[in-house]
Design a protein around this ligand. Sequence first.
Ligand code: ADP
Length: 178
Amino acid sequence: MVAAPGGGKGTQGARLAAKYGIQHISSGEVLRAEVRAGTPLGREVAAYQRRGDLVPDQIVFDLLTPVVSAAAAHGGYILDGFPRTLPQAITAADVGRRLDLTLDAAVYLNVPEAVLLQRLQARARADDTAEVIRHRLTVFAETTSPLIDYYRDRGILVEVNGDQPPESIAADIQARLP
Ligand code: ADP
């Protein structure tokens, strides 16, 4: 699932995973769990998340790969928040080929920026302060949004209007999944 911060990846990811009986993996949540565990790596992750910067690819891969491999061995997964950069997508495709995993669809929740701002301001996560929100939206526009064309070119993009009630978004996604 690809979407800007506040785009609804978490909400829709959880719904889809429940519907298909597969695991919902949020990269942000996997990283936050490491922060909560209070490890040295977690302290490093916290510094990036606090600023709204992307966590370095190597750390993301180290923490996420075991979780994704385990889920893949148990029927599949909905991955939300990863990949978030073109290099992550390219490496993930290589790893996927080696592990014989196929990416069936990349769901893009398209939400206008004004709506994203409203949603993020109504939330109370530590990285949802006005300044950090602005930075995360810039990071999305500059670094993550190229993934939309990347997956469109590969013929697996499912773009839905993410500015609707959650049930309608879920129905749109499900109607369009292969
Ligand atoms: P949101 O999409 O609202 O920003 P997430 O929980 O997906 O929330 O991500 C929160 C933070 O976790 C990001 O700002 C970033 O610091 C880090 N993060 C999550 N996924 C990745 C990723 N794939 N690569 C690098 N950093 C990530």
